[in-house]
Design a protein around this ligand. Structure first.
Ligand code: ATP
Length: 426
């Protein structure tokens, strides 16, 4: 883990937030490469689960919602701010009165002292100081979806099953942020609420768990580093009828980075009750039901961390570090170099190649240092192909293409370069 922390800071993936002021616990800034990687993750997710399906509707709801939303969802209100003790190891929380011993009933870990616990981040809305109202930054994107159920149903009249998807920031006052950015206080979620006929909820739930797993394999995660964790019935969250997490084998142990829950009709019922608006699905014959909801929930940063850990490779024979990221997610797909930076004819030609490739691929231009160093620098950030313009290029209009994983080099005509890269990358 230390090596990944060092590499990602040195190469501009992630920095502790506000680092010039000593940082701020649980907050992170994502640098030029980190933001590319995150953007790729989000784009692939959106393409797979929204754009390429005809049963999914996108949404971008606000971060601050009417505080009643959180009362209805069970995140605030009576009973929620009870003093709780959190396990330092597994982060499960317990009411003091439910504890028989001074250690965690689940894993035996040490417990923190009791605290009045509310995970939502509070803020105040309104400009006149004494009439400011308390509001909360959303602790999950899910609630923004439920409260828009009727808007989307009325506008699109979708047939069951259908889903609403959203990507956005969530905030949690985590007691113990840590494990690099695994547990942060500000993070991004990618969530789907998939509305189904209650009688089909179990089979739809199982379908989603499988689809999600398959997507992780498609992104290049190694199967042996993934496993399912089915929550035992007695440990389910208050809204859940079934939950299955996908865990990744992080250097600090197997940990959840994605979860799918069968939330039943809890949310639509609660919001109907609290808002007085009927959030029901209406069939064409007029019959109404509360559909059940299957919720696949993803954390962008946790997936990013899993991808980085999975890709990290020390190639001892070539004395190099390689991030074997899938070209689907790597910040860059291609790097273009002039062999020598002080030869304008090479730089100009390399610039032409670069400008052509960037119309279609994620490309970086590098003219610093010697060629060997540039290869190693690209290996370390996961760029799958490096294209070099040399003196022969000026004669034969061909370039050298070097493969990150094998270090093998091919000579490719510039006129065939797009076809060559296209075959390798997609
Ligand atoms: P944990 O048990 O680790 O606190 P959770 O069960 O509370 O997680 P969910 O409420 O199911 O998490 O949130 C859905 C997803 O959001 C998680 O699978 C994870 O990827 C992400 N996530 C949740 N909390 C955090 C956090 N503090 N920092 C980063 N990502 C998070």
């Amino acid at each position: 883990m230390d090596k990944i922390v060092a590499l990602t800071k040195r190469r501009g993936f992630v920095y502790p937030s506000s680092s010039i002021y000593g940082g701020f616990g649980g907050f992170w800034d994502f640098g030029p490469l980190g933001v590319e990687l995150k953007n790729q993750i989000k784009k692939l997710w959106w393409d797979t689960f929204v754009r390429n399906r005809s049963d999914m509707y996108g949404l971008d709801s606000s971060i601050i919602l009417n505080p009643k939303v959180w009362e209805a969802s069970g995140h605030t209100g009576p009973g929620f701010a009870d003093p709780l003790r959190e396990c330092k190891k597994c982060h499960h929380r317990f009411r003091e009165e439910d504890l028989k011993k001074d250690s965690c009933p689940d894993c035996g870990g040490d417990l923190m002292s009791p605290r009045s616990f509310n995970i939502l981040v509070k803020t105040f809305i309104g400009s006149v100081e004494d009439t400011k109202a308390t509001a909360y930054l959303r602790g999950e994107t899910a609630q923004g979806i439920f409260i828009n159920f009727k808007n989307i149903f009325d506008a699109f009249h979708p047939k069951l099953p259908f889903g609403i998807a959203q990507i956005g920031k969530a905030f949690r006052n985590e007691i113990t942020p840590g494990n690099f950015f695994f547990r942060s206080r500000e993070f991004e979620q990618m969530e789907i609420e998939y509305f189904v006929d209650p009688t089909l909820a179990t089979s739809e739930f199982e379908k989603w768990v499988k689809q999600v797993f398959d997507w992780f394999i498609l992104l290049g995660l190694k199967k042996e580093n993934l496993r399912f964790f089915k929550h035992p019935q007695e440990k389910l969250a208050h809204y859940s009828k079934a939950t299955t997490d996908i865990e990744y084998k992080f250097p600090f142990g197997w940990s959840e980075f994605q979860g799918t829950a069968n939330r039943g009709d809890f949310d639509l019922m609660q919001h109907s009750k609290y808002s007085g608006k009927e959030l029901m699905y209406q069939f064409q014959d007029g019959k109404k039901i509360f559909p059940y909801v299957i919720e696949p929930s993803f954390g962008v940063e946790r997936l990013m961390l899993a991808l980085l850990v999975d890709a990290y490779y020390e190639d001892t024979s070539n004395k190099r570090v390689v991030l074997k990221l899938s070209p689907k997610v790597s910040p860059y797909q291609v790097a273009v170099f002039p062999l020598l930076a002080n030869k304008p004819e090479l730089v100009d030609k390399a610039q032409v190649v670069f400008n052509n490739l960037r119309k279609k691929y994620r490309v970086i231009f590098d003219g610093r240092g010697n060629i060997g160093k540039r290869y190693f620098a690209q290996d370390e950030i996961g760029t799958p192909y490096c294209v070099t313009v040399d003196f022969d290029t000026l004669e034969d209009n061909s370039v050298t293409v070097r493969d990150r994983d094998t270090t093998k080099q091919d000579r490719v005509s510039i006129t065939k370069l797009d076809e060559y890269l296209n075959n390798k990358l997609f």
